[in-house]
Ligand binder design. Structure first.
Ligand code: SF4
Length: 237
């Protein structure tokens, strides 16, 4: 089980003010948006689109990544390591579809792979690796091609998927799983109330960065900057 210690990830003191995010707009009334005669619920936080669930993972890793993704988008480079990770992820998904649910401690359940989820109430969207649905619960599963144990950034991404899955399927999500591919190890993550509250706080903090255009302070963990693709843009990293 990974640590469940929670820290305050709210944006810290501003480094400098950047131009406003071009996709930002004022919250819309439900009656403002219609599609083919049916009403589309506006995204709760008032940005033009839901944020990505992967943004939650990146925010917990380093809040500044959200700034570079949304406020001053910079060119992204796909490294060989990233491409290899995507390939191994796809191969694992294919194999997993032929295996049983035993490693998750479940006797029964239906499996759906690559499930697109969106919650306009939470203001997030993303594609979940695997969703297991039993008679009484849903369990989100994320596959990670990482060497160590899952970190808090993986945990809160999973919690966000759990919150979206229960909204989409109408069943509670009390737990989820992170499968670490290289180690063939499953980590069970409890989705309790404090984790849900904290996930909502992360979403609010990300929206605040985008709305204000203020660069948050760098991560406290300097080692994370070594291989970061944004290193050239962080003068203090
Ligand atoms: S270089 Fe460091 S401070 Fe800058 S975005 Fe990457 S992890 Fe964050």
């Amino acid at each position: 089980m990974i640590q469940t210690e929670q820290r305050n990830f709210a944006p810290e003191r501003p480094a400098r003010v950047a131009p406003p995010f071009h996709g930002l707009r004022e919250p819309l009334a439900i009656s403002d948006i219609t599609t083919g005669g049916s009403k589309l619920v506006p995204v709760s936080h008032g940005l033009s689109e839901p944020l990505r669930v992967s943004d939650i993972r990146q925010y917990v890793y380093c809040p500044r990544i959200v700034y570079f993704n949304y406020v001053i988008p910079v060119p992204r480079v796909t490294t060989v390591k990233m491409e290899e990770g995507l390939k191994s992820h796809a191969e694992f998904s294919e194999l997993e579809s032929r295996r049983t649910l035993g490693k998750y401690g479940l006797e029964e359940g239906t499996r759906e792979f690559k499930v697109q989820l969106e919650s306009r109430r939470l203001g997030i969207a993303g594609r979940l690796d695997l969703l297991i649905t039993t008679a009484s619960n849903v369990y989100p599963v994320e596959f990670k091609d990482t060497c160590g144990d899952p970190g808090l950034h993986h945990k809160y991404q999973l919690v966000a998927y759990a919150m979206m899955a229960e909204e989409a399927r109408g069943k509670p999500a009390k737990a989820g799983f992170i499968y670490v591919i290289p180690r063939k190890k499953v980590f069970k993550i409890t989705v309790d109330e404090s984790a849900r509250i904290f996930t909502r706080k992360i979403i609010s903090a990300m929206v605040n960065i985008i709305r204000t255009g203020i660069m948050p302070r760098r991560t406290r963990w300097g080692g994370r900057c070594r291989d970061c693709e944004f290193r050239n843009y962080c003068r203090d990293a």
